[in-house]
Design a protein around this ligand. Structure first.
Ligand code: HEM
Length: 487
């Protein structure tokens, strides 16, 4: 029999041999390791994520080791098209279910939405309900959207700028806050109609409060996203909170704010005796509520949470839509401020539109198709989305249970089933072969003469600001009219 001392001494030995045994049996030991500890334990990548060093660490590791690297005993990162994003995302790998689903964190009101749903089947049912209202043809010809954006630009955005710059001492214009307000007002108008949506441009206190609620949560994502079981267990068994209480309160307040807009839109739709004005049409809400009600009726599901199902979905759209677009516009203005020549050229092009987009003009925006056709505007937006992707980091997926091969043909590896795999826009967009002088903001690259294959690489195969495959951004045409092709 082992004495207690021997038992204690043998425990670390047992643990070490277990790690070694798992390492020797794990096919990932063949994949170049981002760090010597990566094939043995997840602690290294967790440490990197906790310290928000992931993007820069993965960039350096891919540069050193190639397009596929091991991040932990159960995780790889890919940075290539063939054997990479084409297989993982266009190939339809799932987000995973239960504890494997990293995206359950994005659930609202405790109810999943399109973005947080793990399985492809349930996801595609929801996507079918919404793809039409976000398709390019509907977005570019929508009378409500044109009317809503015209009011937001001519009655809110331009007057805000005029008020700011007509003051004797204009002070500092917080362009990030102004763009966040503008993108939120536009997205909410399309979701709920102008009268039922937000008006953050004209309500700076509400805007400050909202941005505070929204952004203060960011630094507390790590534990619930990466260690959801530990986070829940510590709170349940020991009452210890890894996420401060105020994060829950912020979530609840954002949920109530969204629910109030849903209730206004629903109230308007119920008034059968009143004709809804074009500008107040709740395009997305109307389509979604009808489709979800039909789904609930058909499947015999409980009706009770019908309103919250709709609210969970639209809250995800407004959060995804305003934040990404606001960040992109803030970067765009920053880059323009450093390149007066580009500013000048862009202004010339925009003034060629009819009516021209300036405060004194007719209060109607030009035809979306004419805006879509502007080559320099396209170049400036595309270059900003490339260099400053609003979602630059990993988009995790789970390998199919039968396993798969990943990596370029000449250096591909077997990856077992239910392992985590991800790619990142920030890394794909820094490929020097596709985007020479990749660290520079150079809109010119999009109008320079290049052969057709190279253009395809730039515009579709390697361009990943909106993701790719079945779970690609559904709002991409609302953000930018231009058509995108999946690699
Ligand atoms: C510059 C603006 C935008 C960028 C860079 C962006 C980027 C992205 C990315 C990278 C994804 C994830 C794709 C994936 O998981 O593979 C996504 C998903 C999504 N985006 Fe956007 N987005 C933008 C604007 C918008 C807008 C305006 C809306 C809608 C109002 C929107 C709604 C969504 C939704 C609902 C999803 C989930 C789609 C799904 O799961 O099928 N986004 N977006």
């Amino acid at each position: 029999m082992l004495s207690p001392t021997m038992l204690i001494l043998s425990l670390p030995l047992l643990l070490l041999s277990n790690i070694l045994y798992k390492y020797l049996r794990n096919p990932l030991r063949q994949v170049p390791a981002a760090h010597p500890l990566a094939p043995f334990t997840s602690l290294w990548i967790l440490y990197i994520r906790f310290h928000a060093l992931e993007n820069q660490t993965l960039r350096a590791a891919h540069e050193r080791l190639g397009p596929i690297i091991c991040l932990s005993p159960h995780e790889v990162s890919v940075n290539c098209v063939k054997g990479g994003i084409r297989d993982v995302y266009a190939g339809g790998m799932e987000k995973g279910n239960g504890r494997f689903n990293w995206y359950s964190f994005f659930t609202n009101y405790g109810i999943p939405n399109m973005f947080s749903l793990g399985g492809n089947k349930e996801h595609s049912v929801r996507k079918r309900m919404l793809s039409n209202v976000y398709s390019k043809s509907v977005v570019t010809s929508s009378a409500p959207l044109l009317a809503q954006s015209s009011v937001i630009f001519y009655q809110r955005f331009f007057p805000y700028l005029e008020r700011t710059f007509s003051q004797a001492e204009p002070g500092v214009l917080n362009i990030y806050a102004l763009f966040s307000a503008t993108t939120m007002d536009i997205v909410c108008a399309y979701l709920f109609g102008l009268a039922s949506g937000s008006n953050l441009i004209d309500n700076p206190n509400e805007l400050d409060h909202f941005l505070d609620l929204f952004n203060s949560r960011r630094s507390h994502n790590f534990f619930p996203q990466e260690m959801p079981e530990l986070t829940q267990a510590l709170q349940k068994w020991f009452g210890y909170r890894l996420v401060p209480e105020f994060v829950n309160r912020s979530n609840e307040e954002i949920e109530s704010w969204t629910k109030a807009m849903c209730d206004r839109a629903s109230g308007l739709l119920r008034q059968s005796d009143v004709e809804i004005k074009t500008v107040d049409t709740p395009v997305v809400y109307q389509q979604l509520s009808a489709a979800i009600a039909k789904e609930v009726k058909k499947s015999g599901m409980e009706k009770v949470d019908l309103d919250l199902r709709i609210a969970s979905e639209v809250l995800d759209h407004l959060a995804a839509g305003f934040d990404t677009s606001g960040i992109t516009l803030a970067y765009l203005v920053h880059e323009l401020s450093l390149r007066p020549d580009v500013q000048y050229k862009l202004r010339e092009e925009l003034l060629s539109l009819s009516p021209p987009m300036k405060p004194s003009s007719t209060p109607t925006l030009p035809d979306p198709k004419a805006v879509d056709a502007l080559p320099f505007l396209h170049a400036v937006i595309w270059e900003t989305l490339r260099l400053h992707s609003a979602i630059p980091g990993p988009q995790p997926r789970i390998t199919p249970s039968s396993g798969c091969r990943l990596g370029p043909e000449e250096r591909s590896y077997y990856i077992p089933g239910n392992f985590r795999v991800s790619a990142s826009a920030g890394l794909l967009h820094s490929n020097e072969d596709v985007y020479p002088r990749a660290t520079e903001w150079r809109p010119e690259r999009w109008i320079e003469e290049v052969d057709e294959d190279k253009r395809k690489d730039m515009e579709s195969r390697w361009f990943w600001a909106f993701g790719s495959g079945g779970r690609m951004c559904v709002g991409s045409h609302l953000a930018v009219y231009r058509k995108l092709e999946s690699p």
